[in-house]
Design a binder for this molecule. Structure first.
Ligand code: ZN
Length: 434
């Protein structure tokens, strides 16, 4: 994987953005055609992506796969037939998993079925009710205040019936069966940072990894509905994942260019945490650290007691922490090729670190005589010549116990720097991998 870091600044970042723009308009929920349409588009990039279908009613730990939901139309109209709120203008207007309705209601009755944000009067909130039967509309508070008639016609054309929960899975085998897990969710409708961004960054990471033919680790990518999807997946595969996953990341909110954030695993001490913190320290040192108490996505399941997978998250602006979150303002205007591309590059660096994070042991007792090797004159690292000090500093930690991230941390260097040194030291028979 020597070419791992070559793509920075290329037009890949633009292509990630273009895929986000393509996926953004699709009506998605935790089940339904929109999820399958999304997976079909992803298959154009990842030919080996498999779709799994889990029937409604399937038990998964304490949960059950819900009925499949489809929405075709939804509007509030005055009694003269003028549509005031229309699903065709925004798929956020119909409450997620809304029951159907088709009748004239009083304004008082309608009020109990409306969701708006008085503090953000311009935007439509994203609201769902997967497990309680309700009908409802989401609208801007400004629009709500214009509803002054005594009666309105309300139409929500939806079906809720036994079907399937669909999810996508891509497994890329490596030299080792131990694997790195990337999980993202395909259940949000037209919302960009949360979480079209996670879907497209995952897709391009997988696309890049499938071209790397010499992978040490195996890689698994999951495109699942949030919460119920990870619970269903874990209920079927948690033991296998416990045996094989060395590190994992939930890809969510990785599309804007305002900041980086980090949500650790439950205890914060896994390889996934260690790698992410190392990469962030060197490539995005201004990142905002959160704790596991700030969790909100599928790490809730992956890190739950008994499952205990090593799963963390590097994000851009984190869910719940940016003003556009779960509203119609979380649209393509807050994503950028730089935002998406930055997250993509940082995750590539995590993969690079995982692939090279070996332990090494020196082959001589006491310091080697570097003068006997060609190292002193030939070793040139990006812009600076590594002197004997660099080499001896690295060697002194090659005790077979420190891994390369530990050593890089001791040296206050990014792991890429140490990878280059290690190669030269191996070529000169000064260290060996253990
Ligand atoms: Zn969300």
């Amino acid at each position: 994987m020597s070419s791992l870091l070559d793509n920075a600044g290329s037009n890949i970042h633009k292509k990630i953005y273009e895929l986000a723009a393509q996926l953004f308009p699709i009506q998605r929920s935790i089940t339904g055609e929109g999820v399958r349409d999304t997976l079909e588009i992803l298959r154009g990039h990842l030919p080996h992506l498999k779709t799994h279908e889990v029937p409604s009613g399937t038990q998964a730990f304490d949960w059950e796969v819900p009925n499949e939901w489809e929405v075709r139309d939804g509007y509030i109209a005055d009694l003269e037939g003028h549509k005031i709120v229309d699903f065709k203008n925004s798929n956020l207007h119909v409450l997620g998993y809304s029951q159907p309705v088709n009748r004239v209601v009083s304004r008082e009755e309608l009020e109990a079925h409306l969701y708006s944000l008085p503090d953000q009067p311009e935007v439509i909130p994203y609201v769902t009710s997967y497990y309680d039967e309700r009908w409802g509309f989401c609208l801007s508070h400004n629009m709500r205040q214009k509803l002054i008639d005594t009666e309105y016609k309300v139409v929500i054309d939806t079906t809720l019936k036994p079907g399937y929960l669909s999810y996508g899975e891509l497994y890329l085998p490596g030299r080792q069966e131990k694997e790195v897990l990337f999980s993202t969710y395909t259940c949000h409708p037209s919302l960009a940072n949360d979480n079209v961004s996670g879907v497209v960054v995952a897709t391009f990471l997988a696309k890049w990894l499938q071209r790397q033919t010499n992978r040490k680790w195996s890689y698994r990518f999951l495109f699942i509905p949030e919460t119920i999807g990870s619970i269903v997946y874990l209920s079927r595969h948690w033991q296998k994942l416990k045996e094989s996953v060395i590190a994992g990341y939930v890809l969510t909110c990785v599309g804007d260019n305002r900041m980086y954030s980090f949500v650790p695993s439950r205890n914060g001490n896994t390889l996934a945490d260690k790698v992410a913190l190392h990469v962030l320290k060197h490539h995005a040192p201004e990142y905002k650290p959160y704790t596991f108490l700030d969790r909100g996505s599928d790490e809730r399941q992956y890190c739950s007691p008994g499952i205990d997978l090593p799963v963390a998250s590097i994000l851009r602006s984190k869910y719940g922490a940016y003003p556009e979150y779960h509203t119609s303002a979380d649209n393509m205007s807050i994503l950028s090729p730089e935002g998406l591309g930055g997250a993509y590059e940082v995750y590539k660096k995590c993969i690079h670190a995982l692939e090279h994070n070996n332990r090494y042991k020196t082959q001589t007792l006491c310091e080697p005589r570097l003068g006997k090797t060609g190292l002193m004159s030939t070793l040139s690292i990006k812009g600076s010549t590594a002197g004997a000090k660099d080499i001896l500093d690295l060697l002194v930690y090659c005790d077979g116990k420190n891994d390369l991230i530990d050593i890089a941390n001791h040296l206050h260097q990014p792991i890429e720097h140490c990878v280059t040194l290690v190669k030269a030291l191996i070529d000169n028979s000064l260290i060996e991998a253990v």
